[in-house]
Design a protein around this ligand. Sequence first.
Ligand code: DP6
Length: 307
Amino acid sequence: MWTATAPANIALIKYMGKGEGNIPRNVSLSYTLDKFYTEVSLTLTSDCDKYVGPVEPGPEATERFINHLKYIKKICGCEDFFIISSGNYRLLADGNTASFPHSAGIASSASSFAALTMCAFKAMSDLKGMPLPSLEQQSSVSRVGSGSSCRSFFSPWCLWMGEKTEKIDIRIDKLLTDLVVVDTHPKEVSSSRAHELVSSSLLMNGREKRAEIRLERLLTALNGNQWESAYQICWEEFWDMNALFETSVPNFGYMQPETMRILTEIRKFWKQNGDGPIVTMDAGPNVHLLWRTDQKNLRDLLLLPYL
Ligand code: DP6
């Protein structure tokens, strides 16, 4: 049996809009979410590739997962069959773990495809006697399964541009991360479908450039300890992505009334304290917060009502 784990990641500059092989329309930058990870294991079997859970992503997503293993087997010329098992876990403050839901905008496809890719290459390398491919190569293969998974190979910061992912050194390299959960039900529009739909938005015009400009500004802010500026840029960026959703034809969206209430509270908190978290959201109603390590007291103040 082979096992691998991979963390989720949260993008501050978002991947939205893609071409063949999940080549992104624009650059993205992510921070690794060590607290959320997927563990995949592969066991040899005799008849065909099978998925056995414990995560139950539904038939379509399961097929996509199995197909990704088949893709890696083909690259490596492997004709063996495997039983795939995959679990999503969340590391709790007391050191215990709990499971976390799939398809709810908590980046589980990133961690699960990255873990499957890593695990498959471990198995291939043992069975075929081949050296393990580099992280860059594994990341590139993982991208074909699910785009955002290619960023889970580089920690804590990963830059993704076209076919290339790389670790990027940023002065602020340790952040505290929180997820304010609004809803964990699987979303109606998957992120893969969102990538297709946004091409119908007129706001797609100039999107590449906006992401590029924000990346430059964000790197300057994070390297220059300009935290408020980083917060402002990330806020603009997730709203930019949500504006793409809302202006697609047909339009769709993930924000819920509770999401809006939380975002308004956070904006008020920033005004009152002159400080606060970086806020971002994925294709889902839940809110991600990132804090500097010296903001522990501030974090307790904001999060007390949610804990
Ligand atoms: C909204 O990686 O889930 O989370 O490539 O179709 O698998 P596929 O899409 P996926 O897209 C996630 C996009 C996002 C923003 C981001 O992570 O950058």
